[in-house]
Design a protein around this ligand. Structure first.
Ligand code: 5RP
Ligand code: MG
Length: 219
């Protein structure tokens, strides 16, 4: 079992705050995400800024793309994104087109991640694997958490099953340091934390605390 990566999600509603957060925590994490909220508000060019600041980091564009996969992937890859997300309800042609476009720009470093929201099936998940997409993001949506959902056994079982199928599974949604221990013994690929890092009093210290807890549990 590997040591899970730590990804910071920048879901700020303006570019200066996102860039400031990236500068303060980018070196503490493995992967930097231009979040959906940020991309919708300021546009894909913010990915270029992140790429300029962090030439060697993996950068994700969390587009949650539903259609026009090839065009969206080409656009974010041109700015330097290595990975891009597609929503699980997107069609296989959309996902395949996105994969092809991101790999044309980024080579084998380019990957598509399927964002799991709402209803999806393991049969569908197999079709993503068959299409060459082996990353999935298991998500507790912000709105579900606000409505009172919590992380629990049902989530662990789904994450484990996806890993057994051959996915590298990232986990996200309102994560804090205490949530991590729930996944002890599970081969999580990446923990994605947004507000748990960026809204902390000291974001860099919060990122280090996430890293330390990951090392304590999986190291
Ligand atoms: C929401 C997202 C967020 O980037 C992800 O959930 C991490 O944010 P937070 O830790 O603040 O919940 O993709 O759709
Ligand atoms: Mg996100």
């Amino acid at each position: 079992m590997g040591i899970p990566n730590l990804q910071v999600a920048l879901d700020h509603s303006n570019r200066p705050d996102a860039v400031a957060a990236a500068v303060s925590v980018g070196h503490e994490v493995d992967i930097i995400e231009a979040g959906t909220v940020l991309l919708l508000e300021v546009g894909g060019e913010v990915v270029q800024t992140l790429r300029n600041i962090f030439p060697d980091k993996i950068i994700v564009a969390d587009t949650k793309c539903a259609d026009a996969g090839g065009t969206v992937a080409k656009n974010v890859a041109k700015y330097g994104a290595d990975w891009m997300t597609c929503i699980c309800s997107a069609t296989i042609p959309t996902m395949k087109a996105a994969l092809k476009a991101i790999q044309e720009e980024r080579g084998q470093r380019g990957e598509i991640q399927v964002e799991l929201y709402g209803d999806w099936t393991y049969e569908q998940a197999q079709t993503w694997l068959d299409a060459g997409i082996s990353q999935a993001i298991y998500h507790q949506s912000r709105d579900a958490l606000l409505a009172g959902e919590t992380w629990g056994e049902k989530d662990l079982n789904k994450v484990k099953k996806l890993i057994e199928m051959g996915f590298r599974v990232s986990v996200t949604g309102g994560l804090n340091i205490d949530t991590l221990k729930l996944f002890e013994g599970v081969d999580v690929f990446t923990f994605i934390a947004g507000r748990g890092i960026t809204e902390a009093e000291d974001p860099a210290a919060a990122a280090r605390a996430f890293k330390d807890e990951i090392k304590r549990i999986w190291g």
